[in-house]
Design a protein around this ligand. Structure first.
Ligand code: SF4
Length: 376
């Protein structure tokens, strides 16, 4: 791939890693959180931890949208899918996420529920047109990158006068989650020295959205792309800032991320959505102003308004350590279910479902190394 290969150049990667070895102060430990699940996947796929000095530790954050969705919201989607008039649709990964009592959307589909997998929210519009006698519900999840397409869906439905479509909205906000990670929970904040910020989210929200983290918490943020050289450069930039006792927002992905983000996308989201007072995150608990809901002007497209949804009390697997993994307090292999019996084919927790989930990435790319260590 002509334009990607240059960001995967092994020789340059080793040079950058060498530079980080020279930069890292042996007297200190660096805990850097890659917030986004896409970064977590890239970190393991390209074996970056093996290139870094032992005292530069990458901590995996909660930026995988299916991992952070609380089971209660998934239970609501399951409840909707059981209504005979409903066609429930969502992205593929969401279908495999385990809910309570061994349920998932995939199992509900096998049991006869009409659940469809979409690649684009606009496919829900087509479904609504094809089935005017049914109610099409889009189970919307994701961070700031997937929110504008959901806004387009709602506006398009409104323009076209489509009345049998609604959205169960679970769009969440990156800076609010970063804020929660740095805010002490039960007396203890997660020890993070700096953040690698997600490039794709930042193209929408802009680098200025991270300004509170250096200012309020003294933590540097470097926005980075998803290729190995992007990440190594971002790690070097963070280590450099920490060595100089600086805390700033830096932009490694400057060819696409601007200070103000994408004004058109932000305006679109602003027209259709407003902030919830609070939203539950798996792993982080209730986080104030951390998610979006549909504005009253578009209430007819809000599944929470259209259907009477209960607030189910769902239980996750009691031994699943996803909450601690998502806060960067535990590594996936520190969960006693990791690998046996929890695997990508048999996920017992949300972090094992998506390829962006920290447990799934560990399992896929670290399993051989772990097995070797166990044999030694
Ligand atoms: S290994 Fe499975 S059960 Fe353990 S934290 Fe990860 S997803 Fe949860």
């Amino acid at each position: 791939m002509k334009y990607v290969d240059v960001f995967r150049d092994a020789k340059l990667a080793h040079q950058l890693a060498q530079h980080i070895h020279q930069q890292a102060d042996p007297e200190r430990h660096y805990r850097l959180m890659e917030f986004c699940g896409g970064h977590t996947h890239a970190v393991f796929r390209y074996g970056l931890p093996a290139l870094l000095p032992d005292n530069v530790e990458l901590v995996h954050g909660p930026g995988c949208p299916v991992c952070v969705l609380p089971v209660t919201r998934l239970e609501q989607a399951l409840e909707l899918s059981r209504l005979p008039e409903v066609i429930l649709c969502s992205y593929g990964d969401m279908l495999r996420v385990p809910a309570g009592k061994g349920q998932s959307l995939l199992k509900a589909r096998a049991d006869g529920a009409d659940i469809r997998m979409l690649y684009s929210p606009l496919e829900a519009l087509t479904l609504a047109q094809q089935h005017p006698e049914r109610q099409v519900v889009f189970f919307a999840i994701g961070f700031e990158t997937t929110t504008p397409p959901t806004a387009v869906l709602i506006q398009r439905a409104d323009e076209m006068g489509i009345s049998n479509l609604s959205v169960l909205c679970n769009h969440v906000l990156t800076p609010a989650a970063m804020h929660a990670i740095l805010t002490p929970s039960e007396g203890e904040a997660t020890a993070i020295d700096g953040f690698i910020g997600p490039a794709h989210v930042s193209t929408v929200i802009g680098s200025e959205a991270y300004a509170p983290f250096p200012r309020q918490f003294g933590k540097p943020v470097v926005i980075a792309g998803f290729e190995p050289l992007d990440l190594l450069q971002a790690i070097s930039m963070l280590v450099g800032q920490l060595n100089r006792h600086e805390a700033r927002v830096e932009n490694q992905f400057s060819w696409a991320v601007t200070p103000g983000g994408n004004p058109k996308a932000r305006a679109l989201v602003e027209q259709v959505f407003e902030r919830r007072d609070s939203f539950e995150w798996r792993g982080l608990g209730e986080v104030p102003a951390s998610a979006l809901k549909i504005r009253p002007e578009y209430a007819r497209y809000d599944a929470e308004q259209r259907f009477e949804l209960s607030a189910p009390r769902a239980r996750e697997h009691p031994a699943c350590e996803c909450p601690a993994v998502l806060r960067g307090q535990k590594r996936p292999d520190q969960c006693r279910l990791f690998g046996t019996p929890c695997t990508p084919d048999n996920p017992l927790g949300a972090c094992m479902v998506s390829s962006e989930g920290a447990c799934a990435a560990w399992y896929r790319y670290n399993r051989g190394r772990i097995a070797m260590q166990e044999r030694e």
